[in-house]
Design a protein around this ligand. Structure first.
Ligand code: ADP
Length: 492
C-alpha cells in the first residue's frame, strides 16, 4: 500500500467528459481525478471501451488481458494518458460495449436489454484491476465507484482478502440499476448476496443497493441532497438503508472544470470576458439572439435552459411560464433532449412564439457554452437536484440562476433577500414549491430586479462570477473521505 499522504485511487465510472457524456457524472469523472492528482495522489480512471471513447482518445496500448470467470472471451485493458494528465484504462469487451450512441440506451430509446450483464462485467474487470490480477503492476488503495453501473464492485469485493477500501458516490438516486431476480442467477452472483441486507430490493436485484450496503463510505454530491435522500420524498425506498449508514454517509458539492468552463478563455464562446469586463457579456447575448433568430434587443431579459428533458428538471414548469416572460418583454432559449412528450411540448411552444423563443432539440456542447455566456438568467426549476452543474456554470458566466430550493441548487445559489443584498452575498433567486406559480414568483422578482435596477443586477452576476467554484476545496473533502474509508477498512 502507498503511504496515506499519496494514495493510489482507481476512479471507476461509466462515463467521463470529454470522452463520453450523458450528464453530470461525466463532468465529475472528467475533472475530479485531475484535481486529486494535483493533491499528489496517483488517480487512474477506468471506463468501458465504447467505440466513441476509443475514437476520441486515439492512441491506446493494450496493457493487460483478463480472463474473467464465466466469460468466454478474454478482455483487454487498453490504456492511455489523457490530456488532463490522468492515466485511463478502458475495459475492452466488444460484445458488451462496442455500440454507438448513448451508453445505456438502444437507438429506440429503451435501455439495452443486457445492461445488467454489461455493467456486471465492467465491475468484475474493475475488481481484477483493484486486486492486481491484471498484470498492471499497480494496485489501488481505494476504488472510488460512481453510480449503479459500478454498484457490484463493493459487494463482490467484500469477501476478498487484502481488498482496497471502497467509496461509492451517488450522483442520482433515481437511477438504481434494478433488474429481475432471474438476472441475479444468470449473472452467477454469490448466493449469500441475495438477502434483504444485500442486493435484494423488493424481489429485484438492485445494483445501487450493493454500493450503498457494502462500500466503506458512501456519499452524494451535495450536503442538502444527502439530507433529502433520508426522507421518503426523495429516498425511493432507500431512505431507511441510507439512514442506517448515516455515520458513513455524507455530501460533497461538485466543483467545475475551470479549463473547460471559464469565460476568460472559453474557445466555444464568441467574446471573452470576466467580472472586470462584464459589459462584454452583452456581445455574447447579441450573438446568441442572432443564432436563434431572435430580435437583437439588448434590454430584453434573456432566459436560458440547458438539460435533459425529463420530469426531474421541471421543464414543464418552464413551459407554463414562458407566456408570462414574453408578456414582460423577455426572451427564452432552450437546449435539451429527452422524453418525446416534453420535446413535442417545447416544439409547440416555439411554434407559437417563434420571435421570442429559441429552441434546439439535441445535444450540443458548443451551444451549451454559448447559452451560458449569452443569457441574462438561467432557469433551473428541478423537482430534485443531487448537485446540478448548469447553475454553477451560470454563476461562473455571470448568468443569474433562478433555482428551486432543493439539493445542490440550494447549496450553490444564495437567494436575493434584504439581508443577502445588504451583506453582498446574493447570487440568484430561489423558490420553494415545485409549481409554475412558485417559479413565476421567482422569475417576477428577477424581472423586477433586472428591469428596475440594472446596476444591482450586475452586482448579483459579478458576485456569482467571483465565487470559488473550482474543484480545489471539494477534492480536499474527497481526500478526507478516502482517508476515513481506509481507516474503516483497517477496523474491519
Ligand atoms: P444531470 O447530470 O442530471 O443531467 P447536471 O446539471 O448535473 O444534470 O449536468 C448536466 C450536464 O450535461 C451539464 O454539463 C450540461 O451542460 C450538459 N448537458 C445537458 N443537456 C445538454 C445538451 N442538450 N447539450 C449540451 N450539454 C448538455
Amino acid at each position: 500500500m502507498s503511504t496515506s499522504s499519496t494514495l493510489n485511487i482507481l476512479f471507476a465510472a461509466s462515463e467521463a467528459a470529454p470522452l463520453i457524456k450523458t450528464g453530470g457524472l461525466a463532468d465529475v469523472a472528467g475533472s475530479l481525478p485531475a484535481a486529486l492528482r494535483e493533491l499528489g495522489h496517483d488517480v487512474r480512471l477506468v471506463l468501458p471501451a465504447y467505440p466513441q471513447t476509443i475514437e476520441k482518445i486515439g492512441e491506446l496500448t493494450t496493457v493487460a488481458t483478463l480472463k474473467l470467470g464465466g466469460y468466454q472471451q478474454p478482455i483487454n485493458i487498453l490504456s492511455s494518458l489523457l490530456d488532463n494528465g490522468v492515466p485511463c484504462y478502458l475495459v475492452d469487451a466488444p460484445e458488451y460495449f462496442s455500440r454507438q450512441g448513448n451508453p445505456y440506451l438502444a437507438p429506440n430509446g429503451h435501455e439495452w436489454g443486457d445492461n445488467a450483464e454489461r455493467f456486471a462485467l465492467f465491475c468484475r474487470a474493475i475488481i481484477a484491476i483493484g486486486q492486481n490480477r491484471s498484470q498492471l503492476k499497480w494496485q489501488p488503495d481505494l476504488i472510488h465507484c460512481n453510480d449503479w453501473q459500478t454498484g457490484l464492485v463493493a459487494p463482490l469485493l467484500s469477501t476478498e482478502p487484502n481488498r482496497p477500501a471502497t467509496l461509492f458516490t451517488i450522483h442520482n438516486l433515481a437511477y438504481q440499476g434494478l433488474f429481475e431476480q432471474s438476472t441475479f442467477n444468470r449473472l452467477a452472483l454469490p448466493e449469500e448476496l441475495w438477502t434483504l441486507h444485500g442486493l435484494e430490493f423488493h424481489d429485484q436485484l438492485s445494483y445501487i443497493k450493493g454500493g450503498i450496503v457494502y462500500s466503506d463510505r458512501v456519499n452524494t454530491v451535495s450536503p442538502t441532497y444527502a439530507q433529502e435522500v433520508l426522507t421518503t420524498e426523495f429516498g425511493y425506498g432507500l431512505e431507511g438503508l441510507l439512514s442506517h449508514r448515516t455515520n458513513h454517509f455524507s455530501g460533497i458539492i461538485n466543483g467545475i472544470d475551470y479549463q473547460e468552463w471559464n469565460p476568460t478563455h472559453d474557445s466555444r464562446i464568441h467574446h471573452h470576458y470576466d467580472h472586470t469586463s462584464f459589459q462584454l457579456k452583452q456581445l455574447n447575448k447579441k450573438a446568441l439572439q442572432a443564432h436563434f433568430n431572435l430580435p437583437q434587443k439588448p434590454n430584453a431579459p434573456l432566459f436560458g435552459y440547458i438539460g435533459r428533458l425529463v420530469e426531474q428538471k421541471g421543464v414543464d414548469l418552464i413551459l407554463q411560464i414562458i407566456p408570462g416572460i414574453i408578456d414582460r418583454g423577455g426572451q427564452v432559449v432552450m437546449l435539451g433532449s429527452g422524453e418525446a412528450k416534453l420535446e413535442k411540448a417545447m416544439q409547440e411552444m416555439h411554434k407559437k412564439f417563434p420571435e421570442q423563443t429559441g429552441l434546439f432539440i439535441g445535444y450540443d456542447e458548443d451551444l451549451a457554452h454559448q447559452v451560458e455566456a449569452g443569457c441574462d438568467a438561467f432557469l433551473m426549476p428541478s423537482r430534485f437536484e443531487p448537485c446540478g452543474l448548469n447553475q454553477i456554470y451560470s454563476l461562473r458566466y455571470g448568468t443569474v440562476p433562478i433555482v428551486r430550493h432543493t439539493g445542490g441548487l440550494a447549496d450553490t445559489v444564495v437567494d436575493v433577500t434584504p439581508e443577502t443584498l445588504a451583506d453582498g452575498s446574493a447570487t440568484g433567486f430561489h423558490f420553494d414549491e415545485a409549481s409554475s406559480s412558485a417559479l413565476w414568483g421567482a422569475v417576477e422578482r428577477a424581472l423586477d430586479f433586472y428591469q428596475h435596477s440594472r446596476s444591482h443586477w450586475q452586482r448579483l452576476a459579478i458576485t456569482g462570477m467571483q465565487q470559488d467554484l473550482s474543484w480545489a476545496s471539494s477534492a480536499e473533502h474527497y481526500q478526507t473521505l478516502y482517508i476515513k474509508a481506509l481507516a474503516d477498512l483497517e477496523e474491519c
